[in-house]
Design a protein around this ligand. Structure first.
Ligand code: AMP
Ligand code: MG
Length: 342
């Protein structure tokens, strides 16, 4: 039986995906309306965040509050009136919130400003990345809406809405030009699942990975953006851990979805600059989904990811996810590579 909170989270992410699809289909129109190249993602981010807050509130599942990536301060600034107008229009035109009004949208976005202390409380709260993979979104490629419930510092529910990710990996990006994409969810101890948004497919299934054999060429899921990770060190770690397959390059937490469903074997992220702190909403749902699908996910030093430190993963260095066995070999390889790079 699904929990009410999981249903609320799935519905909230589905709403958000609806407006994101609409905005991504109108990139050029929105750019010319605001005279700002990256405005579509700004408009999509705020619209998505407002919808998730609205859905969680109306279903009574807001818990202690939501810690989200975006702050309404930008939208409130008089210089950004065109962005606010674009956001309200997108919400209405997409059908996601047909009677949206500017003040209500701002109020909903503001609900994402909860104190991260709620995430270590007994009641718990939510963390949201309204559009993860903003660069993919602007390229017309992969991105996802990422929502997780965190309680006492641990992720308990994770949902990823991936509007462009097909059920099968057809082509490098796995784009889904005809469909509405796929979604992934997990509850702690309840397993991982995936389903299609495409109405006609109606597919919904549990996903469970087996350990991979040591001779299996390990397929890395890596960022499209070269600056987001240390690719040189990553390649060296992969090489030392065993045979290497062709990497899958894909933006956003869609990488965790590929890992969970077996279209990739490794998630490996190393900070590209010293002191870079990863954000909780960039990992929380994806990590739980991969773990519940049977993968081990830690930081690159083998430590559990600590989602109770605030908005950032301050206590961790990078992320390493893989099926058991392969994870152990990668961890040993990472130790050697990081020691010699230090
Ligand atoms: P990905 O496609 O996995 O690189 O995911 C995009 C995420 O990368 C964004 O949500 C950012 O928070 C994050 N990001 C942005 N800049 C960096 C950076 N220099 N190093 C690591 N991650 C970054
Ligand atoms: Mg992000």
């Amino acid at each position: 039986m699904r929990s009410t909170e999981l249903d609320a989270a799935l519905a909230a992410v589905e709403d958000a995906c609806r407006v994101c699809r609409y905005v991504q289909s109108r990139l050029d129109a929105l750019r010319s309306m605001t005279k700002d190249d990256s405005s579509p993602v700004t408009i999509g981010d705020f619209a998505s965040q407002a919808l998730v807050a609205r859905a969680l509130t109306s279903s009574g599942a807001m818990l202690g509050g939501m810690v989200a990536e975006e702050s309404a301060a930008f939208l409130k600034h008089p210089d950004h009136a065109a962005h606010l107008r674009g956001c309200v229009e997108a919400l209405r035109e997409s059908g996601a919130w047909t009677d949206a009004a500017a003040d209500d949208v701002i109020d909903m976005v503001d609900l994402g400003a909860a104190d991260p202390g709620v995430l270590v409380s007994h009641r718990g709260g939510w963390t949201l990345d309204p559009i993860d993979g903003t660069k993919g979104f602007l390229r017309g490629e992969q991105y996802c809406v990422c929502l997780a419930k965190i309680r006492e510092g641990r992720v308990e529910i994770g949902v990823l809405g991936c509007p462009n990710l097909a059920l099968g990996l057809n082509g490098e990006q796995g784009d889904d030009p005809l469909g509405l994409g796929t979604r992934y969810w997990a509850t702690r101890g309840g397993g991982a699942h995936m389903g299609a948004y495409t109405k006609t497919a109606g597919v919904e299934m549990a996903i469970r990975r087996r350990p991979v054999t040591p001779d299996h060429p390990a397929r890395l899921a890596e960022s499209v953006e070269m600056t987001h990770t240390r690719r040189d060190l990553t390649e060296e770690i992969m090489r030392r851990a065993g045979p290497v397959g062709t990497p899958a390059q894909i933006d956003s937490q869609c990488k965790y979805a590929l890992l969970a469903r077996g279209d990739a074997d490794v998630y490996l992220r190393l900070p590209s600059r010293k002191g870079y702190v990863q954000q909780i909403w960039d990992h929380a749902p994806g990590v739980l989904i991969a773990q519940e699908a049977g993968c081990v996910v830690t930081d690159v030093l083998g430590r559990e990811l600590d989602f109770g430190r605030g908005r950032g993963l301050e206590g961790n260095l990078g992320v390493l996810g893989a099926p058991p066995g392969l994870h152990g070999r990668l961890l040993a390889a990472a130790k050697g590579v990081l020691d010699s790079a230090a």
